[in-house]
Design a protein around this ligand. Structure first.
Ligand code: FAD
Length: 414
């Protein structure tokens, strides 16, 4: 294909993050092209658990966690998997993860997580408007279950951190949890209910709705694979694609886990690993849920989506080139059957996706440290943070003061 007409902004990646960036940039008055090698919303944004955990101010790396890792890896039913062939390549990431679990680092990360999480729903509402928001996003909370009192007691740091920011919660016993979600089985001994969390009935439709609106407002959607860049003294001037090239003024890299290679091509090394997760989507689950439920002990999340009951889990570090190990969904199913004894998985579809995980649980967001015309928007809790990341990129590009300070998310923090 010949060279496409030039555009103010080229956004690479039409997942939830890229779609949101494109839509907010368009609202700031820029001409925007959104490019993806696939149809929009079919990357990691397709199959996630659909949760907006807006009070999740505790990062994944917390003090004490590293000491539990050997036990996790030794347990064949634990969701954590490391492909040892990938271990040497992932070592710097694991080292940073360990480093970020120090109390002093956690104290720096928590306010940065809170700042960005506090803008989630308002940012989605800016994009979707009230009617589509109500259609796609439910705000009736999240239930988090525990099977032993010890497990609950061991998780208190998370609640201490949430208390600092007034994250509302109710502590329930097993019976109260089953009253709320009757499909839960007798293994649930305790639960925490966060009334202010939310979830989407379809992560895929959430992304495609934003993209369709972007196209309706004259945004350009192009299906093409980005292969590289032609870089001048001030940054990329042309993006090279499978079908030709695109002259660009400014570029947003929002390609999920694949952003790492694109950022590297533009001179910035970021610490990010593919944390592969899996789901089963059950068309006839035989049980009903009215909200999303997550199990502390089993590391699975259950979400009643419009495509079926989705049960997701697993954190597998195997790199981006390894084949999916669909047999890991059996482990998800094993745990689901204990948590929800009546669950029927007949006819379930199975999926694997690549979480773009950072070692400090913060996204990588803002201008590239190398080139002023390159913007980064990727990494961590992408569904939750999609709209707020898009909004911040829009503000930054327009030269407005950003709603929150972007320093903690800069790419050169690693
Ligand atoms: C099992 C599981 C459960 C999860 N649950 C949650 C949850 O409950 N809440 C939450 O907030 N997050 C959750 N996540 C994480 C979340 O899904 C991701 O963080 C998010 O979808 C990332 O969105 P993205 O737009 O950055 O990336 P993606 O959706 O992966 O989009 C990237 C896009 O870039 C395109 N692309 C890549 N390279 C190129 C190229 N060279 N040229 C053109 N296009 C390219 C891809 O085709 C893709 O469409 C979960 C993840 C998994 C796996």
């Amino acid at each position: 294909m010949a060279e496409a007409a030039s555009t103010d902004f080229l956004v690479i990646g039409a997942g939830i993050v890229g779609a949101s960036c494109a839509a907010f940039l368009q609202r700031e008055g820029f001409s925007v092209t959104l490019v993806d090698r696939d149809e929009p919303g079919l990357g990691c944004s397709f199959g996630n658990a659909g949760n907006f955990s807006v009070g999740g101010v505790a990062p994944n790396a917390l003090p004490g966690l590293p000491w539990r890792v050997p036990r996790m890896l030794a347990n064949p039913l634990h969701p954590l998997h490391v492909d040892w062939r990938h271990f040497p390549a992932a070592l710097p990431y694991f080292w940073r993860f360990l480093n970020n679990s120090r109390r002093s680092r956690v104290e720096q990360i928590v306010p940065a997580l809170h700042a960005i999480l506090s803008r989630v729903f308002e940012s989605y509402e800016m994009l979707l408007g009230a009617a589509k928001m109500a259609d796609l996003i439910r705000r009736n909370g999240k239930l988090y279950t525990y099977e032993t009192a010890e497990a609950f007691a061991g998780d208190q740091l998370k609640y201490e951190l949430q208390d600092r920011y007034g994250v509302r919660r109710e502590v329930l016993d097993g019976n109260a949890a089953r009253e709320m979600e009757p499909a839960l089985g007798p293994s649930v001994a305790k639960a925490v209910f966060w009334p202010d969390y939310g979830w989407t009935v379809s992560p895929h439709r959430l992304t495609t709705t934003i993209v369709e609106d972007f196209v309706r407002r004259n945004g350009i959607l192009r299906r093409d694979a980005v292969r590289g860049f032609e870089v001048g003294p001030n940054g990329p001037t042309r993006v090279l694609t499978a079908q030709g090239s695109i002259t660009v003024d400014r570029v947003v890299i929002a390609a999920g886990i694949w952003s790492r290679e694109l950022a590297a091509e533009l001179g910035t090394t970021v610490s990010m690993e593919s944390e592969r997760g899996y789901h089963l989507s059950m068309p006839n689950p035989g049980v009903k849920f009215s909200r999303t439920v997550m199990s502390y002990d089993r590391f699975i999340t259950i979400t009643p989506m419009e495509e079926g009951l989705r049960v997701s889990g697993i954190g597998e570090f195997a790199g981006t080139r390894a084949k999916p190990r669909m047999e890991l969904t059996e482990k998800v199913l094993h745990h689901a059957r204990i948590l929800v004894p009546g669950i029927n998985s007949e006819g379930a579809s199975r999926w694997m996706g690549e979480r773009p995980s950072t070692p400090d649980s913060l996204p990588i967001l803002g201008r590239s440290p190398r080139y002023p015309n390159v913007f980064f928007a990727f990494g961590h809790f992408g569904l939750t943070l999609g709209a707020v990341c898009g909004r911040l990129i829009g503000e930054l590009a327009a030269g407005k003061p950003t709603t929150i300070d972007l320093k903690p998310y800069r790419a050169d923090r690693f």
